[in-house]
Structures are given as C-alpha cells and as structure tokens.
Design a protein around this ligand. Structure first.
Ligand code: CP
Ligand code: NVA
Length: 287
C-alpha cells in the first residue's frame, strides 16, 4: 500500500515505534538497489540534504538532489507534474517547500512515497530523529517529558504530535501570539520556567524560521526572556537533555554554555537524522 509522510500524524503509535526500531538496524536491506530518490529543495538545507542523501546510499540507492531554482515548482511545471515525472524515474520523492499544500498535491499525484523534508507547517523527519535521540538517551519514551521553549513553528508542531504518539508529556512555552495550534494533549504556557519545570528534555529552535527573515528584529524583542540558559536548564530534571534541530543562534534562543555544554545532545540528534530517515525509507518501501 502506498504511504506518504507529510506529518507525523500520518503514522500510528505502533508504526512510529517500527520506524525507530528500523532506524537502529545496522545491516539494512538494500531496498533501493539500482533505484533513485528525488530530493527537491525550495528552501536552503544542510542537515536534511546530507542526511537524506546518505540514508538513500545506505539502502543501495542513488539520491538526486535538486534546488528549486532549476526545477521551478509551480512556475516551470506544476507540483503534480513533478510528482508524476519522479514517480516514473524514482522510488521515493522528498521535498522541502514553503506551502504545505504543495506536498499534499504532490502526494495526490504520486505513485511512490512522498516525504516532507520541512514545510512551513511541519518537520516530521526532524521529529523522528528527535524521538530516536530521546529514546537512546532516556531508555524509553512513554511517561517521559519534553519542554519546547520558543516559536510554535513547524518543528514544535511535529514534535507535539510525535511526543503524543510516543506517550510522552509535552509542555510548550511561547510568547503571546506565537502559540502552536492547541492539540488537547500539550500544555501551553507563556512562562518558560513553568514549561521546563522537572522535564527530562528541553528543546528550542530559531526564533525566525526560513521565510521570516524580515521579522527577525521584531522577534528578537518579542522572544526576550525565552533564551535557554543555565538558569532555565537548572529548573529541568537533573541531567536533563538539551535538544535543538539546528541551525542554532548562540546568544538568541540558546546560550553557548548550554548548546556547547554537557547536557547538549544536539550532535547526536543531527547524526540521527540519517538513521531515522533510513528507518523511515525502509518502512515506507515495505508497505
Ligand atoms: N534541522 C534541519 O532540518 O536542518 P537543515 O535546515 O540544515 O536541513
Ligand atoms: N523552524 C526552522 C527549522 C529549520 C530546520 C525553519 O523552518 O527555518
């Protein structure tokens, strides 16, 4: 059966566990042998492109990375036509886009799995790596807790869905006006100290995402008091983990002493992008 991953709620709780288990397999089946994966980027990327290309190579496949400048999604040809072309040439499509609706349209026209490599609304492959990292460091996920402090953005939303699927408690602190959509499971507050109180992991992301660069100055003012520093980390559980999807801005959303300190798991988290996506591709191509 054809499956896509546009947001983590495309998965059941059991399917999420299966993907995390597959991510930890050291001898993966060469499921992409002799086949290609089209990876299309409408926004810049460092980790996602490198980790997806290597995940494809680990499975015997050939990654074809494309910048939108050469492809022209919805300008040179439609998102649907791109999906039809890649379906005939490749076993998998990955796309990083501004409007999430472009992914929905690609998935609707595709006969191979479509993976969201980040949209304005969601970053599910990041959340898979986040959960894999938390599972490796905490032992298991059900009953554990994570606090997200910062902008209620794509990364925050996918983590909220992932934490709920994994049976984790989640608290989110944002300035007024920057809240993620309420999901009925996550505790929302405007007080970072309340959010991090006693949690097993503290997470943050940039205050201005790709496409919001002109708002960076205003956001720096609106997010005053939301920097993850040593005082805030001291309110979490002893030895609580610090997570960040990266790229990071030291001195804005996180103090250098935290991201470069002993509680930081961000490099393991970045490496896990490759492992988590390899598990995801294995799972998608086995359905
Ligand atoms: N975390 C993440 O997705 O990084 P890139 O934007 O560099 O791919
Ligand atoms: N929220 C950030 C995540 C980057 C990986 C952005 O969308 O730019």
């Amino acid at each position: 059966m054809l499956r896509h991953l546009l947001e983590l709620d495309d998965l059941s709780a059991d399917e999420l566990v299966s993907i995390l288990d597959l991510a930890e397999r050291s001898d993966p089946q060469q499921i992409l042998a002799g086949r290609g994966a089209a990876l299309l980027f409408e926004k810049p990327s460092n980790r996602t492109r490198v980790s997806m290309e290597l995940a494809v190579v680990h499975l015997g496949g050939h990654p074809v990375s494309l910048r939108n400048e050469e492809v022209g999604i919805d300008t040179r040809e439609t998102a649907e036509d791109l999906a039809r072309v890649y379906s005939g040439l490749c076993a998998l499509i990955g796309a990083r886009v501004f409007e999430h609706s472009k992914l929905v349209r690609m998935a609707g026209a595709s006969s191979v799995p479509v993976v969201n490599l980040l949209s304005d609304d969601a970053h599910p492959v990041q959340a898979l790596a986040d959960l894999l990292t938390l599972r490796q460091r905490l032992g298991s996920l059900p009953g554990r807790s994570v606090a997200y402090v910062g902008d209620g953005n794509n990364v925050c939303r996918s983590l909220m869905i992932g934490a709920a699927l994994a049976g984790m408690g989640m608290r989110v602190a944002t300035p007024p006006g920057y809240e993620p959509p309420a999901d009925g499971v996550t505790v929302l507050t405007t007080d970072p100290a309340e959010a991090v109180d006693g949690v097993d992991a503290v997470y943050t992301d940039v205050w201005a995402s790709m496409g919001q660069e002109e708002e960076a100055g205003k956001r720096r003012q609106d997010f005053a008091g939301f920097t993850i520093d040593d005082d805030l980390m001291a309110r979490a559980a002893p030895d609580a983990l610090f997570l960040h999807c990266l790229p990071a801005h030291r001195g804005e959303e996180v103090a250098a002493s935290v991201i470069d300190g002993p509680q930081s798991a961000v490099w393991q988290q970045a490496t896990n992008r490759m492992h988590a996506q390899r598990g995801l591709i294995l799972w998608l191509l086995s359905q």
